[in-house]
Design a binder for this molecule. Structure first.
Ligand code: FUC
Length: 345
C-alpha cells in the first residue's frame, strides 16, 4: 500500500507498506528514510531507524540520517582529485576533506518521485539531475534511486546513473539501524556477521592510508558472529582512532548470498544485507553529537549503526582499490537489499 502526506508545506512523505505490517516512510527531500516499522518476535511494530522528531532538522541533517548520499559517499582526501591529469576541486566540509557529496549534496535536494505498485511490491523511483560542475564535479549526471518494499520483507534500493563525462560516483543510503526497536537500547549488543577479511586502515583524519589490514585477531573480525560492541572498549588503535568504534570500509570476500547479517536477540529481529558493491563502511555513530530529539529518544553515541554499501573514494588517490569512476556511455547500476525477519523463522 502507498500513502502520501505533505510535510511543512514543502516536502512530500511517502509511506510504503507490505502485507506483513512492515512499512517504510521516505521523503522526496534527500530521499530520506524517516521511519522503518518492523515487527519484533511478539509482533509489535516498532521503528528500527533513527529519525528526527522535528522534520525541519532534516534541512541541515548533520548525521545524514536516512539520506541518499552522492555524488560520492565517504571522504575525498584534500577535497580534490584528478582525472587524466586534470585537477578538480571540491568544497572541504570535513576538516580539509570533502564528505558525502559536500553541502547541498544529494541528501539536500528535492528528488522527483514516481510511485508504483504491483501485486507483490510497492515502490518509488526517485530521479535527480546533477549538472556539469555541480559541487565541483564534472559531467551532467542523471541519477535514479528506486525503493521497493515487497511482501518477502525486502527493502530493495536500486541505484542507476549515467554521465556525459568521466566522474567519480558512488551512492549509498545513510540509515542508522537500531533493531532493538524505538531505540530502546543502543547498538552495543547487536550481533554482526560479515563476509570480510580485510578493511581499509584509516589515519587520524579518517582518511584511508592506502593499506588494507587483515581482520584476523582484531576486533574487526566479523567472519563469525561478534557483538558490535567488541570494538567500543578495545585498545586496538583503529577502533580508538575513530572515537572508539567502527567507521571503516570493509571489503567483501565474495559476492555471496548475504554479505552482512545483523541481529538483536531481545527483539528477535534480524536483518540481512546483500549488495553488488565491493564493500561497505560500517559506522557505529561513535561521534554522534548528543541532544537532538528523535522520534524515539535523543541522539547519543552508539545509538545506531550504518551499513553504507558503496565503493571506496580512496581509490581516487590510491591505486589498487576498486575504481569509482563512471565513464560516459557506461551505466552505473548498483543494488542493496535489506531483508528484515525474525531470528530462526
Ligand atoms: C559516516 C562516517 C563519518 C561521519 C558521517 C556522519 O559515513 O564515515 O565519519 O561522521 O557518517
Amino acid at each position: 500500500m502507498l500513502s502520501t502526506s505533505e510535510i511543512n508545506g514543502k516536502w512530500k512523505e511517502y509511506r510504503l507498506s507490505n502485507k506483513n505490517g512492515i512499512s517504510v516512510s521516505v521523503l522526496d527531500y534527500g530521499g530520506i528514510i524517516t521511519k522503518l516499522m518492523v515487527p519484533d518476535k511478539n509482533g509489535n511494530l516498532e521503528n528500527v531507524v533513527l529519525g528526527f522528531k522535528d522534520y525541519q532538522e532534516y534541512e541541515s541533517n548533520p548525521f545524514y540520517f536516512g539520506a541518499i548520499i552522492g555524488r560520492v559517499a565517504g571522504r575525498i582526501q584534500g577535497a580534490s582529485f584528478s582525472i587524466e591529469d586534470k585537477a578538480y576541486h571540491l568544497e572541504a566540509n570535513n576538516n580539509a576533506n570533502h564528505l558525502h557529496g559536500g553541502p547541498k549534496g544529494f541528501h539536500q535536494v528535492i528528488w522527483n518521485v514516481y510511485p508504483f505498485e504491483n501485486e507483490d511490491a510497492v515502490g518509488l523511483t526517485l530521479t535527480h539531475t546533477s549538472a556539469d560542475g555541480d559541487r565541483g564535479y564534472p559531467g551532467n549526471v542523471d541519477v535514479s534511486v528506486t525503493y521497493t518494499l515487497n511482501n518477502h520483507n525486502q527493502l530493495i534500493l536500486d541505484y542507476a546513473a549515467s554521465s556525459d563525462q568521466t566522474t567519480p560516483l558512488t551512492l549509498t543510503n545513510h540509515s542508522y539501524f537500531n533493531l532493538s526497536g524505538n531505540a530502546k537500547e543502543n547498538i552495543t549488543n547487536h550481533y554482526v556477521k560479515m563476509d570480510s577479511s580485510k578493511f581499509a586502515e584509516l589515519d587520524h583524519t579518517l582518511i584511508p592510508t592506502g593499506k588494507l589490514i587483515d581482520v584476523t585477531g582484531t576486533p574487526f573480525d566479523f567472519r563469525k558472529y561478534q557483538k558490535i560492541g567488541t570494538g567500543f572498549n578495545s585498545s586496538f588503535e583503529q577502533n580508538s582512532l575513530v572515537g572508539n568504534g567502527y567507521d571503516h570500509y570493509f571489503i567483501f570476500d565474495h559476492a555471496s548470498e548475504h554479505q552482512v547479517i545483523v541481529d538483536e536477540p531481545h527483539s528477535g529481529r534480524i536483518m540481512k544485507v546483500k549488495t553488488n558493491q565491493p564493500g561497505m563502511v560500517m559506522y557505529t555513530a561513535n561521534n554522534m553529537a548528543e541532544g537532538y530529539v528523535l522520534l524515539e529518544g535523543t541522539t547519543k553515541k552508539y545509538q545506531g549503526v550504518c551499513f553504507e554499501t558503496q565503493g571506496l573514494p580512496a581509490s581516487l588517490h590510491h591505486p589498487g582499490f576498486p575504481s569509482i569512476l563512471l565513464m560516459p556511455g557506461k551505466k552505473y547500476k548498483k543494488q542493496t537489499v535489506f531483508t528484515l525477519n525474525i531470528i530462526n523463522e
